[in-house]
Each structure stands twice: as C-alpha cells, then as structure tokens.
Design a protein around this ligand. Sequence first.
Ligand code: NFS
Length: 660
Amino acid sequence: MADEKKEFNKTIDPSTFELLAIAEAEGISTIFDRAAALKACPIGSSGACCKVCSMGPCRLTGKNEVGLCGATRATVAARNYARDVAAGAAAHSDHGRDMAMTLLAACEGHAPDYKIKDVPKLMVVAKLLDVETEGKETIEIGRDVALAALDNFSSTKKECDYVRRAPAKRAEVWRNIGITPRGVDREIVEVLHRTHMGVDQDAEHIMNHAMRCSLGDGWGGSMLGTDISDILFGTPGPVSARSDFGVLSEDEVNVVIHGHEPTLSMMIVEAAGDPEILEYAKSKGAKGINLAGMCCTANEILMREGVPLLGNFLSQELSIVTGAVEAMVVDIQCIMQGLVAVAQNYHTEIISTSPKAKITGSTYMEFDEHHALEQAKAILRKAIDNYPNRKKTHIPNYVNNLVAGFSHEYINYMLGGSFRQSVRPLIDNIANGRIRGAAGVVGCNNARLTHDDNQTKIVMEMIKNDIIVVTTGCNAIADAKWGLLSPEVMDMCGPGLKEICQTIGIPPVLHMGSCVDNSRILTLVGQVATEGGLGEDVCDAPTVGFAPEWMSEKAISIGTYVVASGVTTWMIGPNPYGNSPEVVELMDKGFREKVGASLYFEPDVDKAIADAIAHIDAKRAELKLEPYDPKKYAKSDTYYPTDYTTPEVFDENRYSRSGT
Ligand code: NFS
C-alpha cells in the first residue's frame, strides 16, 4: 500500500501512470525513479551556496553568516537569483536571435525553404522597429526587420525598441528606477559581471538589475522571437487538435519532435507532407508518417499546424517506453540527458540537430537553415528506415480534444470583430464582475512535485472562481491532456465566466503558445492597461501569474519579467533563494514598492490559490469595481465540485477526464 501511494504521487496523468508501470516492469530508469533516489541538496536549494570563486564553495548555513570574502547571505542569494535570470534570459533570447537569423537568411536568398508568411504582421513589426516600408518590396522589409531585430539584441541604445509597446505608465516605472531594458545581450553580460566575485554587493541593487535583465528577455529577446516566428510561419488562430499518448499510431512511422525552435519543427511538418516521403514510408510497410510534439516545440507546431501534443516535460522519457517511436528529433532546451539511456533499450533513434546542443549517444544530423527542407526529409527517411525495427508497443489509449491558437491578435479579433479589434469586452466584463479577474498559468513540470497535479488544479480552481486563464508551455499541455482546452470545460466555470464564454464564444482557458510566447501575454496585459478601464498600468488590473511546477532558469526569468511588468506571481515550491530573509522580503515588499507586483515562492499550492484570489479581489476593491458576486449572474447548476486532496490510490476519473 505504501508503495502504491508513492507510485501514484508521481503523476495524476493516467497515461504517464500506465507507462511508468511498464518502465518499472522493463527495468528502465526514468526521472521519476531518480527523483526518489536522489534528494535535492538542501544548501543549494535555498540559495545558500556561493561558488563564484575558488576559495569556496561557501555554505552560508548555521552560524556561517558570511563567506570567506565577507559576502552576506543576502548578497549570495541575490547573486544566485540574478544568475538564474541571466541564464533563462539567454536561453529564450538566443532562440529569438536564431529566428531573426533565419528571417535574414530567407530574405537574402540563403534559406530558400523559408518564406514570409504573414505580411501584415511584418508591417506591424517594421513599424515597431522603426523600419521604413515605403516603396520597398516585402523581402527588403523582411531583411531590414531582421537586421533591426538583430541590432536589438546587442543594441547600444538606452532602451530596446519594444519598450514602446509597453503602456506609457509602465515604461515610466521602469525609467524611474533605472530598469528599462537595453539590448538583452548587454543585460546578461552585466549580470555576469556584477555577480562576479567582488563587484555588486548590495542585494537590492543586484535584484534590480535582475529585473532589468528579465525585461530584456520578455520585452526583447522573447518578444522578437515570437514576432519573427509569426512573420515566418504565420500568426496563430484557433485550431482544433488532439493530445496525449493515444495520438501515437500503431501502423504509421511515429516521429516525436521535441525542443523549442519552430525553424526545425515547421520544416519537418512540411517534409512529412511530401508524397515522395510518404511513398518511402509505405515502401517500409508503414501506412504513413505520424508527427507528435513534445514540450514547447509541440506548442509551436500545434498553434500553427494542429500537430497533436504528445506530452510535456516529464513525459519525454516515457514516450520512448511506448516502443512505438521511430525517432525523437530534438534541437535545444528541456531535453533530458536521460533520453539516450532510455532509447538504448528500444529501437527509438534520438536525432539531435542543433550545433549548440551536442547530445552524447544521439545520432547527429545538423539542421542548417540553408538546406532546411532537404535535411528535414533526410531526418524523416532515417525515421522511416527504423520502422521495420519496431517490436512490441504499449500505446496508452488516452486522447483528448483541444482548441488552441490564441495569439493576442486573434484574441483582439475574437473580442472586437474585424472592424474594431479590441480587448474592450474583456475589460468591461472584468469591470462589471462577471469575470472576476485573469490568471496567466505557465511553465514547466518538476519531478519533485506530482506531475500535472498543480498545473490542472490551479487552472480548474481559477475558472471555477470566474477567473479567465491564459496558458503556455507545459501547463498548456497538461491542460490539454486533462480536457481543460476542450469546449466541455465551460461546465467547470463559475456562472459569470461561463455566461461570458458562451456569449462571446471564447474558451475560459486560452492556449497562447510556447514559453517564448509568454511575450504574447505581456502584449495582452499591456493592451488592457493602455485601453483603460482597469486602471492605467498593468499592476492596477486584477491579474495574477502562476508557475505551478516550475523547474528551469527560464521560469525564473519569466516569473521575474512578469512581476517587473506588473503582475504578482506565485511560483509553486520552496524558495530557491530563501536562505536570505532579506531577499525574500525584497521580492515581496521591495518589488511591490518598485514595480507594483510581488514574486512569491510558495510550497503550499492551496495557499497560493487562496492568496492569488484574495489579490484579485483586493485589486478590484482598489479600482472600486463592482464587488465580485457570482450569485448576481446566471445560476450554474453544473458548478464543478472539486476535491483536490491527493487520493490514496490512483483514480483516473478524478476530474472530468475521459479516456477513449
Ligand atoms: Ni518553459 Fe520549462 Fe521547457 Fe517549455 Fe516545458 S519545461 S520554462 S514550458 S518545455 S520551456
């Protein structure tokens, strides 16, 4: 019994649960086992370890208040925090830069397989980047936009161009405290310099710069990454698709695309439609090619092409355990090193593609944008060649339907129609109390937490309380698998939100894309503030952010730029900088005084939910909006009863989830 309970606590996801049992029976070690066997270091996990010089590492625990050089707990925790932000910002922004490089190569004729797909978006971005468009061919504008974007990464200007996209009041807040982002490269370098031994020693000062660096990511590198992806591959609009392990096929070549950059994944989608490739698959006995997405690349190809979602971060090793995956094609970020070891027990080929990410034991097929389609086809041929090697398969029989593709452009169109695109109906219905507020729920899985439990719990609790949700990343995939992106989810909503969703035809949980696309959320909250009606700045509105199962440095950068943009955010789990009460206080009160929002690390998810709802109500009261009263609106007889106590035994019918 005790073991059963331990097993269940690893996940709430029936298909993950099923595959874990198979992995165990077959003696395959996964991250779930390693999490049980390897405890986290208590010193590092609270930000108490300083290893910026070789006299240490200094462990500031017990009676040790300072390190050898005299660095205090606060300085050390703040430095650790700033370095996490810098690493996360670097990952997002280097991805963004690659998108600009691809656009440049396409417009200069070096990457013939890429085209400008969304000309209206190109024009919008050109204007934002001060690129002259009069009398120029589209391709010339594309080239100049790419160059202007590249210039923004290493800009010597005082402010990066997209600061003008922020509401005027917000930009003023940043200027007043000196955290307006310049080129993100410069902000990252400055974090590394300031946190070098013996430079910046004041925790608050270090943390201010951490905010500046994160803003260079959110309003710089990431936002450019999203915009240029839209220019090259199209701005997403609603798309229906399927999710979960049941999307794998018994009689087609299954290719899992895992990682982040759409340059690779979109080309593989195109190559998979090539009749010659299809014929090749048939020549090897398969009925066709079946693509499925993993992690944030999944969100990129779902949003634009409706490619099914296989799973989120913690599902990656288990997808190989199905025995049904001929190739897992990976590029960068969130790719577990354990994949190759798992794949050695099956026929799955791990194909790495990025010159930035050499993965020992994988088959390396460098993806080069100059010959993109040819290389995508070569990758697929390799997968097809592997099909005859498939042996026994275990494909869990779970599929859920979903609707995704909610770019901020589409949300504007959906709310305002084609003549007057606007977020006004959203603002009005928050103001009149039918919608209580809005929550952004984003980010990773974490093997120290029950897989997908916090993700789905927070989203369900929000919509039940009439709080509309925008989601990205691994949270969006958890939601999809749990049926929370399907139309039926309306029945879980509180009465006011349900009424609005039915009237406007808007789902209560809006999938806005990958982690880089959190910049779409920034644009949306910026528009709400600029339009007026919920205060004049982002921090005035009744909005909150959550990272329910965060684990990566990218999540720290995201959490920080969301807070610095004015949205109070809860990261669920222990505070990785909690060794310094001063740093914790600076993230709470200090950030609130400076940028009007706080950053909380909260291990108790129920407390975080309660605090976030109280925060929304407090913001409503400050704005003197109608008090939220669900009884005033339509009666909801399908009000969803929730019991979130983790059951003793695995119960696949715990929520509304329907297996097929
Ligand atoms: Ni973002 Fe976390 Fe990775 Fe995507 Fe998932 S783990 S920070 S959500 S896939 S980037």
